[in-house]
Unconditional design. Structure first.
Length: 184
């Protein structure tokens, strides 16, 4: 009985810790947009359209991101949140979170988003080097982020120098230059 209770306690403790981690990451998503400028010809400039946050793959945020989206505005726009199951459904995304469950499809997702004004974000090892613009990582118990400067240049998004100062700057891996985004 004690063993079962210990396992349940450790499992619920780990779940609570992961839930808090994704609450922090959800809040980061909104804050990133304060330091990024979308091009004039993007959907973000169209005042009649909402700001679209998409998640492709398994949603690690639970309902927290949806609840947060209902209370905030991004770029003075209401937020719509959608979950995509295919690359073809990414056409209206302004911010795209790429789940670790999409590792096998990452190249096709990045091929679609490359040179488009879509802020790609993930939290998976190697995704930043592969071409995701912002990738979360954890160090010493803190959520941090890295920025792929080469991918940012191709995206047509303008990142504030303040955002560059806050993140760890990385370059594409050898296999992730201009035409290819390979997971190392």
């Amino acid at each position: 009985m004690i063993v079962v209770c210990s396992v349940l306690f450790l499992s619920s403790s780990a779940f609570a810790e992961q839930t808090r981690e994704y609450q922090i990451k959800a809040e980061f998503l909104e804050r990133f947009t304060r330091f990024i400028e979308w091009p004039a010809d993007s959907d973000v400039s169209n005042v009649s359209l909402p700001f679209s946050i998409c998640i492709i793959g398994k949603n690690p945020y639970g309902s927290y991101l949806k609840d947060l989206a209902g209370t905030l505005k991004i770029q003075n726009k209401t937020i719509v949140l959608s979950e995509a199951s295919s690359v073809e459904q990414l056409g209206t995304c302004n911010l795209l979170f790429i789940s670790n469950s999409e590792k096998s499809r990452l190249n096709s997702i990045l091929n679609y988003t490359r040179e488009k004004p879509i802020l790609t974000v993930s939290d998976s090892p190697g995704f930043g080097e592969a071409g995701v613009l912002i990738n979360f990582y954890e160090t010493e118990g803190y959520v941090r982020f890295e920025i792929n400067t080469g991918a940012v240049e191709r995206s047509r998004l303008r990142f504030s120098s303040r955002l560059f100062k806050l993140g760890r700057l990385i370059q594409p891996s050898d296999g992730a230059t201009g035409d290819k985004n390979a997971i190392p």
